[in-house]
Design a binder for this molecule. Structure first.
Ligand SMILES: [Zn+2]
Length: 160
């Protein structure tokens, strides 16, 4: 049993170094669909068929779907995107996604690291984010630890 655990740990840490996962499960279908297009523009490389850098992850029940449904995919079945990037780049990737969300004025969403999974970036409803202690400015996406700090920062935007 010990031996198996060691193997598992090795595999999972290898996995963590190689891939960054962007969790899109908490988004509305329409918003997810438009964000997916922007993600492709931002992250999809020309040589993806060699590098397999950009991978769309579908909900499990679609795994047995035919090839047709994969080419004309329904954004509603997309769970997230996996980027075969080094984990060291995760904050840079997070910032790019955050900028993309700001550009599209999707102020009801926040972009944050998943505290339970160090290779995962979450796009969350702002209200859900606040319930787990994520307070981001809707104007500039600066991050705060609590509502009070965010509140005084927000007032600054109104005075400038
Ligand atoms: Zn701000």
């Amino acid at each position: 049993m010990d031996w198996l655990e060691i193997i598992d740990k090795k595999n999972s840490s290898k996995y963590l170094v190689l891939a960054v996962y962007i969790n899109l499960e908490n988004m509305d279908d329409n918003t997810r669909s438009s964000v997916l297009k922007d993600m492709e523009l931002e992250f999809f490389p020309n040589d993806n068929n060699h590098t397999h850098y950009y991978n769309i992850i579908y909900s499990e029940n679609l795994n047995r779907g035919d090839a047709q449904s994969r080419t004309n995919y329904d954004p509603a079945t997309v769970k997230g995107i996996e980027l075969n990037d080094n984990l060291e780049n995760i904050d840079e990737i997070k910032h790019k996604i955050r900028d993309l969300i700001l550009r599209n004025s999707l102020t009801e969403y926040v972009v944050t690291r998943d505290k339970n999974s160090n290779n995962t970036i979450l796009i969350l409803k702002r209200t859900n984010g606040e319930s787990i202690g994520v307070y981001h400015c809707r104007h500039c996406a600066m991050e705060f630890d609590d509502e009070i700090q965010l509140g005084s920062h927000l007032r600054m935007h109104y005075f400038i």
